[in-house]
Design a protein around this ligand. Structure first.
Ligand SMILES: Nc1nc2c([nH]c(=O)n2[C@H]2C[C@H](O)[C@@H](COP(=O)(O)OP(=O)(O)OP(=O)(O)O)O2)c(=O)[nH]1
Length: 133
């Protein structure tokens, strides 16, 4: 039975209804693919705390837990682990989004998400975002 990996991710949505995606840097698994900001839930951490921590580290923004709304989740069997990834949406944050880890960022309309190669786990999430926006 493969290891279950819990990753939390967030679709940040701007006032024009565009969604933020970030490109995974060279050297990481799935490098070059576009993903929703987020990361692994560390032992002893609440998922919402992991997400606000990752958003601060990766994007230099502050997000209040009340501003994170659960939307859907991904469940995907990678070769070496099974990914379980809740996807939150967030429309309010403090600060200006900037890529702190050298990653490219793009604000994209939901219907244009398919133009950006994403990890296979993410593809089933796109219709949920199209329905929402
Ligand atoms: N953040 C994020 N990870 C995703 C998405 N889709 C997807 O399959 N993943 C996978 C890729 C990785 O195997 C895992 C996230 O791990 P990561 O390496 O980015 O997380 P992290 O920032 O905690 O990583 P690190 O400290 O170990 O470098 O989830 C997504 O949309 N966003």
């Amino acid at each position: 039975m493969p290891k279950l990996l819990l990753v939390v991710a967030c679709a940040l949505i701007d006032t024009d209804g565009r969604i933020l995606i970030a490109q995974r840097p060279e050297g990481k698994a799935l490098a070059g693919l576009w993903e929703f900001p987020g990361g692994k839930v560390e032992p002893g951490e609440r998922p919402e705390d992991s997400l606000t921590r990752e958003l601060a580290e990766e994007l230099a923004i502050t997000v209040k837990k009340e501003c994170l709304a659960p939307l859907t989740f991904a469940s995907y069997a990678y070769d070496d682990f099974h990914l379980l990834m809740p996807l939150y949406v967030c429309r309010r944050w403090q600060g200006i989004v900037q890529g702190r880890e050298g990653q490219a960022l793009k604000w994209v309309r939901p219907k244009a998400l398919r133009e950006y190669p994403m990890p296979p786990a993410d593809e089933p999430l796109i219709p949920h975002l199209i329905d929402l926006l």
